[in-house]
Write a protein that binds this ligand. Structure first.
Ligand code: C2E
Ligand code: MG
Ligand code: MG
Ligand code: MG
Length: 283
């Protein structure tokens, strides 16, 4: 009897496996096709200078306009893109697109010193010529490398520390900025952190969203800010959603905020409109 039950369970398990393997395969082939057909789009979320309320730049966040399925968000396809290696052409496409967009904005709004932040997957670290490819994109889009900020997560920087350090140093030599994303959720050793040539730390949203409820989260934010100051880095708070969050961050003298309180990630046209109207500027 036990055996029969086990057999039945196995069948169920088997079916579920097939379904998910099939889903992944169709996702993968759709993604491949979409790359060729230009069905990915980049949205932009403003990074606001908390002192002045000016937009200091944007983070480029990819979305997928999947056939008949509407707009799909990164958490639903980035993991598979990473497994299949498709993340490599995708990330390089996002980088080119975002640099091109930045170039256009800089021409239209020459008085604003704008920065574009671009997420890098760890998978890119397996490219032997990553720095060369990035350099080619910077040159062909004619952006000033100093206005381009590459984001890597804390976990990524830690996972293969020597390789990461070597690559980050090569990238830094191109003149770009580096930022450490989702900071506070990984396990950086301080000894390693100070060797990473990063300009910016992004405090993970989980701390910001709980800053009113949890004194511990506040303490973590204060500690990260102190750490950043001592290492000569700027700080971006991820995910402020309310005026109270922003007030508190201003009180802590946090440099920048990037969250729904200011704006969700928006289309290129809507982002341009934000630049034109400067809606967050303090008078
Ligand atoms: P991330 O780099 O940490 O980006 C910030 C994410 O937080 C974005 O989600 C953004 O919409 C969301 N967010 C910002 N402010 C708020 C807020 O106030 N409240 C809430 N609830 N969420 C907020 P998104 O666009 O869904 O992206 C998720 C993640 O996917 C990104 O996290 C990044 O790790 C990855 N990703 C996005 N675009 C790319 C890409 O082009 N390449 C790679 N490799 N990864 C990407
Ligand atoms: Mg990011
Ligand atoms: Mg982040
Ligand atoms: Mg995050």
């Amino acid at each position: 009897r036990a055996k029969r039950l086990g057999g039945a369970r196995w069948d169920l398990f088997d079916q579920a496996m097939h379904a998910s393997a099939f889903q992944r395969m169709s996702l993968e082939s759709d993604m491949r096709r979409s790359l060729l057909e230009n069905r990915f789009v980049v949205h932009y979320q403003p990074v606001v200078d908390l002192r002045t309320g000016r937009i200091s730049g944007f983070e480029a966040l990819v979305r997928w306009n999947r056939h008949d399925k509407g707009l799909v968000y990164p958490n639903d396809f980035i993991p598979i893109a990473e497994d299949t290696g498709l993340i490599i052409p995708l990330d390089l496409w996002v980088m080119r697109e975002a640099c091109r967009t930045l170039r256009g904005w800089q021409e239209e709004f020459p008085s604003e010193p704008l920065t574009i932040s671009i997420n890098l997957s760890t998978r890119l670290f397996s490219l032997a010529n990553l720095a060369e490819q990035v350099s080619e994109i910077l040159e062909s889009t004619e952006v000033d490398p100093a206005c381009v900020r590459l984001e890597i997560t804390e976990t990524m920087a830690m996972s293969d520390a020597d390789r990461a350090l070597q690559l980050l140093t090569e990238l830094k030599a191109l003149g770009v900025q580096l930022s450490i994303d989702d900071f506070g959720t990984g396990y950086s050793s301080l000894n390693y952190l100070h060797r990473i040539p990063a300009n910016v730390l992004k405090i993970d949203r989980s701390f910001v969203s709980q800053m009113h409820e949890s004194e511990e989260c506040m303490q973590i934010i204060r500690t990260i800010m102190l750490l950043a100051r001592n290492l000569g880095m700027r700080v971006i708070a991820e995910g402020p959603e309310t005026e109270a969050h922003v007030e508190k961050l201003v009180g802590l003298e946090c440099d920048y905020g990037q969250g729904y309180f200011f704006s969700k990630p928006v289309s290129q046209e809507q982002a341009r409109h934000l630049l034109e109207t400067a809606p967050f500027e303090r008078s």
